[in-house]
Design a protein around this ligand. Structure first.
Ligand SMILES: [Fe+2]
Length: 243
């Protein structure tokens, strides 16, 4: 297993990981303009990029995922629910789906709340065992914060879904599991994010103030103060779903 985190525009965090032995890699949450970095990393590691995934359709930055996928001849992947609003063909991922990258395996976990199509990716090294080594949590769980629920409206309903995704799914994973979020401090996709770019499930359970709240309190807190929307959000979303 190799693994790299790339700090990108809009306080985004992108990921490149895979199996050197089988020369296969995944690129996750690629920001437009960073495609060349992934191509160079793949060349240096001597691997092929065999899948490109966005954890959700982004509203704060133009994705480079589709362009990178086309450039390297890999499928561009989103959660299947994005079919309801994305205007081009993509590889639709389903909850529980496994993606093999040689000895590295990704398990898809659908975690709606920030958006309807939000996913977390649980990544294992199958030579060590089936349990995940880390989770890429997108905009579902940040270090010290959670994703905002309001970008597509229905914020109380979405906040409740986010609570269910967190407590029913993500937080049931082992305390020692590392988490790698989609953003760090400075992002418009949540409020109160730390500038530290990784954490663990256990540390967040202990220190993330949102995770101690019951469902009603969580919904009230998350919808109480809505931070400004990402600049140019409507144009960014339009670019990310355009045919
Ligand atoms: Fe987001």
């Amino acid at each position: 297993m190799f693994f790299k985190q790339l700090p990108a525009q809009e306080s985004s965090l992108s990921y490149f990981f895979g199996c050197a032995g089988h020369a296969m890699a995944a690129a996750v949450d690629v920001v437009a303009g960073d495609e060349e970095w992934f191509v160079q990393q793949a060349a240096q590691a001597g691997v092929r990029i065999t899948c490109v995934i966005d954890t959700h359709v982004h509203a704060d930055h133009v994705s480079g995922g589709r362009a990178l996928a086309q450039r390297v001849g890999a499928p561009y992947c989103l959660h299947e629910s994005a079919r309801n609003f994305v205007k081009f063909d993509f590889k639709a991922l389903t909850d529980g789906q496994l993606i093999d990258l040689g000895n590295v395996q990704i398990k898809v976990m659908h975690t709606p709340g920030h958006t309807v199509d939000s996913m977390c990716l649980l990544v294992s090294d199958t030579r060590r065992g089936p349990e995940p080594w880390f989770a890429i949590t997108g905009d579902t769980l940040f270090v010290g914060a959670v994703g905002r629920p309001d970008l597509a409206g229905r914020e109380r309903e979405m906040a409740a879904q986010l609570h269910d995704s967190l407590h029913g799914k993500l937080l049931t994973l082992p305390a020692e599991l590392e988490i790698y979020p989609g953003h760090q401090a400075g992002s418009a996709c949540g409020a109160g994010l730390s500038g530290k770019p990784s954490s663990t499930i256990g540390f967040e359970k202990r220190w993330n103030p949102m995770l101690a709240l019951d469902r009603d309190a969580f919904v009230a807190e998350l919808t109480h103060t809505i931070i400004p929307r990402p600049a140019n959000m409507d144009q960014i979303v339009a670019a990310n779903i355009a045919a």
